[in-house]
Design a protein. Sequence first.
Length: 221
Amino acid sequence: MSVDPWHDVKNEVQNSLEAATNLRASFLRIRSTASANSEELNWARNELKGTLAALDADLEDLEESVRIIEETGGRLFGVEETEVMARRKYVVYVRNQIETMRKEVNDSMPPKSPSTAQMRHSPSLDTEPHEDDQAEWSRLEQQLEVQRQESTLDTISGTLHTLATQASLIGQEVGEHNELLSELEANVDRSGSKLDSAMKKMKHFIRETEGRHFEEAAQTI
């Protein structure tokens, strides 16, 4: 039985279609806020056009595999007739998606420079949408800047809190060490006092003992 290439090629087509769908969403979002000649919009448009071209090439291979099965019969590849029909519908579906996205890209191309008469009759059509786009874009940039500043402040606040906690722990440890040193010093003082007292008693005992021996020796003489 011959190998059916459908699934391998379909995976490539599906990945390209998902990528194109994501780029289309980004393109439409940028188009709704940016001016017609903005660099960001041109970049999004070119990326989407390139992805659609790659998707179209993959779809040609996929459609060729369906055409081969339709001409030779599905049984040669172990494919039922209902599966062949489903594959053809999928090819048509992807083709329609490509055409829809291409139409959106082509419709968004920057218009040609209007004539003097056109500019005289409809000046608001050239200025007001552009001003609205610029205002919306400025508002979005301000929102992003505020979000970045808030994130930075949160990070700084967290760092200061951590430093304060560490300083508190260090202070607590220093206090505990001071208490231990004070107790040790007190114990040393007490031990020193006891040692001094014992030495005094020892010296007193020695003097008394020497005195008694001296008296006994004198009496003997």
